[in-house]
Design a protein around this ligand. Structure first.
Ligand code: CP
Length: 320
């Protein structure tokens, strides 16, 4: 595997899940694979889970790890070609990428949507420059429009907890005070559309996700209707994707607290499990009682981030 940015990079999902459970059963099985190999993790944005789980995954495979927080201690990077660099940015990404690549074998990049240009975000301008100019395998640790390590961990979690062959999985928008990217819901949809689940997306009107990720999924604007008989509820906020009106891209169109996942919502489900990628704003996205219930999977879901990252890094090491 040379790149990991979406579900299709994993190939057959049943095979990927089998590898995930093999690793979960013995996470050090491939510890000699990464000997004398270095994984560089580059963060343009904050992280708790991705930062820790990906380092752990690399070490499970015997790799050395370097973590770079671009905005803390490195030179400020220019990302646009053709800019006269007379401002506060001292180094261009076009030099920085090959330099960083010369110190490692595999590169992970976290670079969120900037909400300045829908086109720039949806063409994945930053991570694609790493793919193009590094000459090394590159994986997303959450890019502008996708978070495939999270979505793979989510799929592993659903596979572990499902009580029927084809569970009903609902992705629901929920309110948040700030404008958040669509990376997590996009990737969740990307994976659920390829998985053996009955997948429904629910959100207020105007929040439609990009058709590239929605594909054949059912979209239901009535949240209670969507929740009916669900086996898994996956909550997430996202800012307006600008599908119906590009001028609204990145805007907060609603803070309707009627969409907060509470016990009234969960009561119409099939005793559904609650999922969220974390970090989560309690009593905005989900009430205390729902996230603290025995049916909440937020902790095992986060723990599975180590497993999804180990599978991806193992496949990248095997491609060197
Ligand atoms: N879910 C997730 O990616 O968490 P972090 O932003 O803390 O890495």
């Amino acid at each position: 595997m040379r790149t990991y940015t979406n579900v299709f990079d994993l190939g057959d999902l049943k095979t990927a899940l089998a590898e995930a459970f093999e690793i979960k059963n013995d996470r050090y099985k491939y510890e000699s694979l990464g000997k004398h190999k270095t994984c560089l993790l580059i963060f343009f944005n904050n992280s708790l889970r991705t930062r820790l789980s990906t380092q752990k995954a690399a070490r499970n495979l015997g790799m050395d790890v370097i973590v770079l927080d671009v905005n803390q201690g490195a030179w400020k990077l220019e990302t646009e070609r053709g800019v006269v660099m007379d401002g506060d940015k001292s180094e261009h990404l076009l030099e920085a990428i090959p330099v960083m690549a010369s110190y490692c074998d595999i590169i992970g990049v976290r670079s969120f949507a900037q909400f300045e240009s829908r086109t720039d975000d949806y063409t994945e301008k930053i991570i694609n420059q790493f793919i193009q100019h590094s000459g090394k395998p590159v994986f997303s640790m959450e890019a502008a429009t996708g978070h495939p390590l999270q979505a793979f961990a989510d799929l592993i979690t659903i596979e572990e907890y499902k009580k029927k062959e084809r569970p009903k999985v609902v992705l629901t928008w929920a309110p948040h005070p700030k404008a958040l990217p669509q990376a997590v819901p996009n990737s969740f949809a990307d994976f659920m559309n390829e998985a053996d689940v009955d997948f429904v997306i629910t959100h207020p009107e105007g929040y439609d996700l990009d058709p590239k990720f929605v594909r054949g999924a059912k979209v239901e604007y009535d949240q209670m209707k969507a929740f009916k008989d669900a086996d898994f509820i996956y909550a997430k906020n996202w800012a307006c994707p600008g599908v119906t009106n590009p001028d609204d891209y990145g805007k907060v169109l609603s803070k309707d607290m009627g969409w907060t996942v509470d016990s009234k919502h969960m009561a119409v489900t099939n005793n559904a499990y609650f999922m969220h990628c974390l970090p989560v704003r309690r009593n905005m996205i989900v009430t205390d009682d729902v996230i603290e219930a025995p049916t909440s999977l937020v902790i095992p879901e986060a723990a599975n981030r180590e497993i999804s990252a180990t599978v991806v890094l193992k496949r990248m090491l095997q491609s060197l």
